[in-house]
Design a binder for this molecule. Structure first.
Ligand code: SF4
Length: 231
């Protein structure tokens, strides 16, 4: 038996215990997000899915749906805040789309298109973290990490390996590899792991297959992010 809430004035059915995000996605409605993924426990960290529920700001990925609640999603106010969050993410990392293998399949890039982000606005940090090319099949470019922790959750919950972790606080937060040497080659990670394909940006990349899908035919070239399946 399902109940309904209102999302931007339209009814969305839900079952008890479902979050606003999960119910909206199941109904084909798009709430912008980066750290949420239907396969994993919500994390609530990117704040891109912030909505106004009965007049109060809340993260849609952790907010339990209630019968009759009124949720504002794609308002000018909320999309403006989302654009600012995106701009901060773009300048914190090295997101140089034309030279990135993930371009066209990157959730950060596709969300920026969806929200019509026209400029980075803030000064670039230009992080300079060494890439990890030690693994035979995978490359890590830490300079693009948006700290969504999807790889952390995928490696722990789907692969049972705990290959990744986030360390540091605030602006010093960064991704690390959980091995004595700190190198990916010294973990049990494999190309077939869920963690190898879950990164929404261009940090965790398969070696030896760069730019296999031509520009114009990539995931978000073919479908806008709101209509595309989760990767
Ligand atoms: S490497 Fe990718 S999946 Fe992992 S925390 Fe960074 S952006 Fe998220």
């Amino acid at each position: 038996m399902s109940d309904v809430f209102l999302l931007d004035g339209e009814q969305v059915p839900f079952t008890v215990g479902q979050t606003v995000m999960a119910a909206a996605r199941a109904a084909g409605r798009y709430i912008p997000h980066l750290c949420w993924h239907p396969e994993f426990q919500p994390h609530g960290s990117c704040r891109l899915c912030t909505v106004k529920a009965d007049g109060h700001f809340a993260a849609a990925c952790t907010l339990a749906a209630r019968p009759g609640m009124t949720v504002d999603n794609r308002t000018a106010e909320l999309d403006d805040q989302r654009r600012t969050l995106l701009q901060m993410l773009f300048v914190e990392g090295n997101h140089f789309c034309p030279s990135c293998e993930k371009s066209g399949a990157c959730k950060l890039q596709a969300t920026a298109y969806e929200l019509k982000m026209m400029t980075p606005h803030f000064d670039h940090f230009f992080p300079d973290r060494a890439v990890d090319a030690s693994h035979p099949d995978l490359l890590l470019d830490f300079n693009r990490c948006i700290l969504c922790e999807l790889c952390v959750r995928a490696s722990r919950d789907a692969d049972g390996k705990n290959v990744f972790a986030i360390t540091g606080r605030g602006i010093k937060s960064h991704l690390i590899v959980n091995s004595p040497s700190g190198r990916l080659a010294d973990t049990a990670m494999s190309l077939a792991d869920r963690a190898a394909s879950v990164c929404p940006v261009g940090v965790i990349l398969a070696k030896g297959r760069g730019f296999v899908i031509p520009i114009g035919e990539r995931r978000y070239d073919r479908q806008q992010i709101g209509a595309a399946e989760e990767q």
